[in-house]
Design a protein around this ligand. Structure first.
Ligand code: SAM
Length: 369
């Protein structure tokens, strides 16, 4: 599939042709990675972040939210639940929080591996190679770091630099190669429907996944957070559907989003997210592809299962202690924010069974064929 064909699929609206795309992707998924759905227990380790990404609700500049960092005991409790629930992997995710010191994280990794034998995925943002090596040596298996968009100008418009140890556009993609060279399985992805993102941008994102030969690819729709510059920009765009987005540039710049937005942007909806899942499965048949929380947030009833039926084979139930969940508000109305880990687990299993699939066992790493 080349860029032109991918763009055609991303723009496709004919229900019969789309049904055929999803059927094909589902067939490739079954043939290459089977009917097992791998469960990764997600622990949102800290909502402290030094960055000011224009879209994210836990950006440093959002100064009215309460910040938290889990203790080692809280994390190991979540790991115990993951093991009891039969999951093979624990995912530790956080804002870019340098207060999570290298040795603290390394100890956590060793403890979880020793006590529960779980595979560990880290999603802790841009850190030094020293930290990444230390964590790999402590036993971490995988690292997730989305490049968000492969359009440099758009990337730079939504990611103000933070100075020290900021990898920048090329470095963020380059980080994936560094992490692979350290022996991690690598995962990345983008947000779908970032204001200003064109179909060509998104098609190039998909081709970049293949070029990097990613082991895991997680994508989700961009969800506007009203307390962020991009959320305010999205609101202006939504309130002025009759005005050309290009003409709204000065207003958008006023709220902090200074980007020459095109009139032909990708919608931030689940249908596009499902197309992206299906195309990703066709491009990287044996990759691990989650049906993500953003998709489940957009459609609480059918989002997750439809993702699983469009080519995805992974879900990441949230095991963060309930009292912290609402604080990890990267976007509003995030799914499962009021549930206990047990409820989140039961829902995930019921959804997987409802479509004739079953929970995977073992670490669920990428299996090359
Ligand atoms: N700080 C780490 C990093 O940047 O890699 C990991 C945590 S970060 C909150 C995880 C992901 O959340 C980001 O890569 C981004 O794609 C997603 N995200 C943040 N705000 C979002 C929003 N408003 N809508 C959709 N996804 C969002």
């Amino acid at each position: 599939m080349n860029e032109h064909e991918i763009i055609r699929w991303l723009r496709e609206e004919n229900p019969d042709r789309l049904a055929e795309l999803f059927r094909q992707a589902d067939a490739v998924r079954r043939e290459r990675v089977g009917d097992a759905v791998h469960l990764r227990g997600l622990v949102e380790l800290s909502n402290i972040c030094r960055r000011n990404c224009l879209y994210c609700g836990v950006r440093a500049g959002h100064d009215t939210i309460e910040r938290y960092r889990l203790t080692a005991d809280e994390v190991t409790h979540a790991a115990r639940l993951a093991a009891e629930f039969g999951y093979g992997t624990l995912v530790l995710q956080a804002g870019e929080d340098y207060g999570l010191e290298g040795e603290f994280v390394a100890d956590l990794i060793r403890r979880v591996k020793k006590e529960y034998g779980l595979a560990i995925t880290l999603s802790l943002g841009e850190r030094t190679e020293t930290d990444w090596r230390l964590w790999r040596e402590a036993g971490a298996d995988r690292y997730l770091i989305r490049f968000e968009t492969c359009n440099r100008a758009l990337f730079e418009a939504i990611h103000p630099p933070v100075g020290k140890n900021d990898l920048g556009f090329e470095g963020r993609i380059g980080a994936l190669r560094v992490l692979r060279s350290l022996g991690y399985e690598i995962g990345s992805g983008v947000m779908i429907g970032i204001p200003g993102q064109t179909y060509a941008d998104l098609a190039r994102d998909l081709l970049t996944f293949r070029e990097l030969d990613l082991d895991m690819i997680g994508n989700g729709p961009y969800l506007p957070h009203p307390e962020t510059p991009l959320g305010r920009a999205a609101e202006i765009l939504a309130k002025n559907p009759e005005t050309s987005p290009a003409a709204l540039h000065p207003l958008l710049a006023e709220v902090g989003f200074d980007y020459p937005i095109s009139d032909d942007c990708v919608p931030a909806d689940n249908l596009t997210a499902f197309k992206v899942i299906a195309l990703t499965r066709l491009l990287l048949p044996d990759a691990n592809i989650p049906s993500t929380t953003a998709i489940a947030t957009n459609d609480k009833h059918l989002g997750r299962v439809t993702g699983l039926q469009s080519g995805a084979n992974v879900v990441m139930p949230n095991l963060t202690p309930t009292r912290y969940r609402a604080l990890y508000e990267i976007y509003p109305h995030k799914s499962a924010t009021t549930e206990s880990p047990e409820e989140t687990h039961r829902t995930a299993i019921a959804q997987i069974r409802s479509i004739g699939r079953y929970p995977g066992t073992g670490p669920g790493g990428r299996t090359h064929h």
